[in-house]
Design a protein around this ligand. Structure first.
Ligand code: HEC
Length: 143
């Protein structure tokens, strides 16, 4: 009977028997945290790649947010794409609190009329604070 118990114990692959003695519990949690670290690493990689391709020069928080959003689909720093070049936007609006506010709200709500008839897409999920950081960065690109 004792032998059977031992066999059972081994065949249970250390899971139930002496789990705490062998430390299999802590081994599990170590591998779990390794996985978390790996995920964090690969996220960082993705962000780095994005920032690298979207904006060559700047690692400003506003530039990173712009790289992480869809802005670059329609905007480039120095050339008009679908939307105006960010430099043109900067030349048009002085970086005042009021302008930053108005433009940040426009980025969130979308709209047209200031540069032509093509509307900018709305970004309703964007936080106003983030939009302001982006607009601040855009207005800093003034030539
Ligand atoms: C679908 C294309 C598109 C996307 C995506 C887009 N824009 Fe625009 N954006 C435009 C167009 C078109 C205009 C010109 C609107 C106008 O004529 O008033 C514009 C205008 C602007 C302006 C100037 C607004 C004004 O009233 O003068 C700012 C600032 C701006 N975009 C920032 C952003 C930011 C930041 C993002 C990313 C969160 C973004 N845009 C994403 C197309 C886009």
């Amino acid at each position: 009977m004792k032998k059977v118990f031992v066999v059972l114990c081994i065949s249970a692959a250390l899971a139930a028997c002496g789990g705490s003695k062998s430390g299999s519990g802590s081994a599990d949690s170590t591998s779990a945290s390794n996985e978390t670290a790996k995920t964090a690493e690969s996220n960082a990689d993705t962000n780095a790649t994005k920032t690298g391709t979207e904006s060559t020069a700047s690692t400003a928080p506003g530039a990173k947010l712009i790289a992480a959003n869809d802005c670059s689909t329609c905007h480039k720093v120095d050339t008009k794409v679908i939307g105006p070049a960010f430099q043109d936007v900067a030349n048009k609006y002085p970086a005042t609190e009021a302008n930053i506010d108005t433009l940040a709200n426009k980025v969130i709500k979308g709209g047209k009329g200031n540069w032509g008839d093509i509307p900018m897409a709305a970004h309703p999920t964007l936080a106003l604070a983030d939009a302001k950081v982006m607009v601040q960065y855009i207005l800093s690109l003034k030539k």
